[in-house]
Design a protein around this ligand. Structure first.
Ligand SMILES: [Fe+2]
Length: 318
């Protein structure tokens, strides 16, 4: 058995994994233990992984699945790792699940802290399986039948009130270089654990079949269950920390409260499946017709059941 230990941080979400040095050379038993811990605790934290750089971060990511690039935001140094820093309006000051504006949004995100401010800049995660389980039964039944439209075209100024307007405009231009719209079930069946989880968060624009006020009210009720402190964990970063979360069973929130101090993290994302609702209906890309390929690697969400990843492998082999 691997020598790693797993200690819970919160009652419903979060655990610290120790006794392991992350990298591309881990054996299958360690990788299986990490995957199992991520499924069980939804977000897992590793301290003191200072040895990791862009390359070994990606090499470790490949042990969990195919790496995918962000569909619109260019990567750092032409690699898969996405820069999350306060220079470029990169703080997500709102609850969200990564990249839900495309159908097969990432399965896992792996975030590595390079530079951490002297105070603030924490990240919160919420367990969306627990949020679903804790809904009153009539609300669960309703949620099972709902579909939501997610888009990357939303009000940035409201989400990042502290960002300078030029930076905000630049970020918006890059982030929405292509406007995506995807319809997801509000409740998906997790492809690995079988749990039911909620697909909500700030990319969710409206519920299909409802007028705007009803849609807003219903989303507000459901989302309020995701944000209950009892099912969240708050992480105070140190340089060298790594967080891995199951992006199919969580939302997260980056708190923008470290003033002008530098905060630099690097994120690698692992390809996910097209979500399937309780009724067996899959998510559908409404626009554009297909997810364009980014300049480097395969796009997050372009993959449908591994087809795009397969094509990328064929291209690489040719
Ligand atoms: Fe995020």
């Amino acid at each position: 058995m691997p020598a790693l230990t797993v200690e819970k941080v919160g009652g419903r979400i979060g655990a610290i994994v120790s006794g392991i040095r992350l990298g591309g050379g881990l054996d299958a038993a360690d990788v299986a233990a990490i995957r199992a811990a991520a499924h069980e605790h939804k977000v897992i934290f590793f301290r003191d992984q200072h040895h990791l750089d862009a390359e070994s971060h990606e090499a470790f990511g490949r042990l969990l699945g195919d790496l995918v690039a962000h569909p619109t935001v260019p990567s750092v140094d032409g690699r898969y790792a996405l820069g999350i820093d306060n220079e470029h309006g990169g703080r997500a000051n709102q609850w969200h699940t990564d990249v839900t504006f495309v159908p097969a949004y990432p399965a896992f995100s792996i975030l590595r802290a390079e530079v951490i401010p002297p105070y603030g800049g924490n990240t919160l995660w919420s367990n969306t399986a627990a949020a679903y389980q804790e809904l009153p039964e009539p609300l669960r039944v309703l949620a099972d039948s709902l579909r939501g439209v997610h888009t990357n075209d939303y009000d940035y100024a409201a989400v990042r009130p502290n960002a300078p307007s030029a930076a905000l405009e630049q970020h918006r231009k890059v982030f929405t270089a292509v406007t995506f719209k995807t319809e997801h079930p509000v409740v998906r069946v997790h492809p690995e654990t079988g749990e039911r989880t909620l697909i909500l968060g700030n990319f969710l624009q409206k519920l299909a079949g409802f007028n705007a006020p009803d849609s807003r009210a219903l989303i507000g009720i459901l989302q309020s269950h995701v944000e209950r402190p009892e099912i969240t964990v708050r992480w105070q970063w140190r340089a060298g920390d790594v967080a891995i979360w199951d992006n199919r069973a969580t939302q997260h929130y980056g708190v923008d409260d470290s003033d002008a101090h530098e905060r630099t993290l690097r994120r690698v994302t692992i390809d996910g499946d097209v979500p399937v609702g309780v009724d067996g209906r899959r998510s559908v890309l409404l626009s554009p017709e297909s997810v364009p390929e980014p300049r480097y690697g395969i796009a997050s969400g372009a993959s449908t059941d591994g087809e795009v990843a397969e094509k990328a492998r064929e291209r690489a082999a040719a």
